[in-house]
Write a protein that binds this ligand. Sequence first.
Ligand code: IMP
Ligand code: MG
Length: 374
Amino acid sequence: MIQLHDKTFVPYLSESEIQQAVKKVANAIQSDFYVANPKQPPLFIAILNGAFMFAADLMKNLDMDLELSFVKFSSYQGVASTGKIDELIGFNQSVKGRDIVIVEDIIDTGNTIEKVLPILKSLEVNSVKIATLLFKPSVFDKKYEINYVGLEIPNTFVVGYGLDYDELGRNLKEIYKLTDNQMLNIVLFGPPGAGKGTQASRLVEKYNLYHLSTGDVFRYNIKNETELGTLAKSYMDKGQLVPDEVTIKMLESEVEKHPEAKGFIFDGFPRTEVQADALEAFLAKRNTKVALMLALDVDEDELVKRLLLRGKESGRADDANEEVIRNRIQVYNNQTAVVADYYSKQDKFVKIDGVGEIDEITQRLFTAIDNFNQ
Ligand code: IMP
Ligand code: MG
């Protein structure tokens, strides 16, 4: 596993798999050009920067009097109303009348080559063939033919062997791919008395998740006097809200402690749009995201009834007074609205009817998750 900037990559193609693909391309070119027409060696045009390593290895596998130029494709805004100007910079010979083989590291959408082709045509080349080490057929949507492909790969982001992620990774001998982190991350909401704790533990069991309650995390860090706990406490002691950065750092360290989890249930977080953004950024670093927000829906009178009963049984002070209960529900409703809105915009908000038998409600949650997972 390697880390480049903010992303994690895992080994994907070994050196020998890459070299095999290079040889495959070389052999096909060798037979098309040299065997068919030994008098007219092609001019190879490698597109910088990504193709430098493939071009080097490809050349070593070709036995013909070839020529090679490394060129850079540039697209810039021309003076008013002329629109974008595309050009190829760096030729060290005339290309007129030549048989060209474009050398690319990877063809993805095919946009780059689509712009390169008319430039070569305007330079009156005799013919153009395209050779690429890697090709993503599921993304490519152009009409032109790609003549030589080393390996077809699915639509995944790769680095190494010339390919970069924001300029890093070009020097790697192997090719790595971005981890496809198929985590099931759920933001769980439920008013006091909705049975959130019970339902969360069932979700944990069924989907192999880790239940991350911000309240518990705070209490744990403060109790154990961790650096973050001490920091958080310094705000709380002053009666201030703990800043989002501190909270998100605590969540990060909790998430890091549970690499085995297939996902997380976020309970008590996010409460604001800023926090939802922070959570998104933090999950994006791990190449994952919030899958959905589940909100247990129970009407206020039913909640009051349940909580007053719980208050009688447990003696919990905050469950004894109807006014206090109604106020807590109000606070909850206000907070949910913002977060629900945030996730509805992404089509990730699901309201679950929280009235009925416990098993029945669990089943509703499972169905919502499984519908999403399909
Ligand atoms: P296209 O124009 O979409 O075919 O993309 C071609 C260019 O996009 C390549 O030359 C790369 O610079 C870049 N690219 C596309 N896919 C990847 C990838 O998976 N890793 C790194 N660069 C990529
Ligand atoms: Mg390239």
